[in-house]
Design a protein around this ligand. Sequence first.
Ligand code: SF4
Length: 257
Amino acid sequence: MKKICLQSNIIYGPIASRRLGNSLGINLLPTEFKLCSLDCTYCQYGYTQHKVFDRIPSDYVPAMKLVVKEVEHALKQYIASETKLDYLTFAGNGEPTLHPNFPELVSAIVELRDKYLPDVKTAILSNASRVSDASIRAALMRLDKRFMKLDAGDGKTFKEINNPHEKVSYSSLVKALSSMRPLILQTMLVDGCACNSDDDHIDLLIDQYKKIQPIAIQIYSLDREPANASLVKVPQERLLAISRRIERETAIPVDIF
Ligand code: SF4
């Protein structure tokens, strides 16, 4: 398995994505290091050097004005090139909702989309750590699609797999996700030094899926070199068995990536 490099710009791609088609990435985070509220054992960027939750130093992230300018420039280029774009996706080098101006940036970028390419959808890949904040939740709900991370069915496993910042509360996170329909949940399943893929852990995850009621669940296992090299990839046959069980017990469609 290979390591993945950090994005070196605000705008990256477009990436041909199975989930989103032709997707242009928006990175609201630093280009020199990962900035995240979690420190997932499996992170493809390695361990989190800057684990933060709020009060982010303004020099850590690109200024709002600059992000808006770059997005506008990229959208104008797409109009000129007539290349088909399906999604504008907030993702990048960590957790996008950590940007201190995240709600304002969502508003500005949705406006730009409406002005230049109204057929293009907006999406986010988020670790869900800040959904307890009503302003973050409201901003997330302005996007067309929300892919939210949930790797653990209980607080203990959440700590083992995701190593959250001390201010992130697992129970508040689940409660907030339950009020954010529609959304898609993404679950990374791992084994080895930390495990969330045996039957007991899947029982707990199923309980949370039932509470949150996502419109779909995406499960996957390691594809890149994880931060903790002692983690083990869950075999495809096991992912298949897990997906069938979740579908049977929740009636929610499950995709394996
Ligand atoms: S949430 Fe994503 S970027 Fe942050 S540590 Fe986990 S895998 Fe890495």
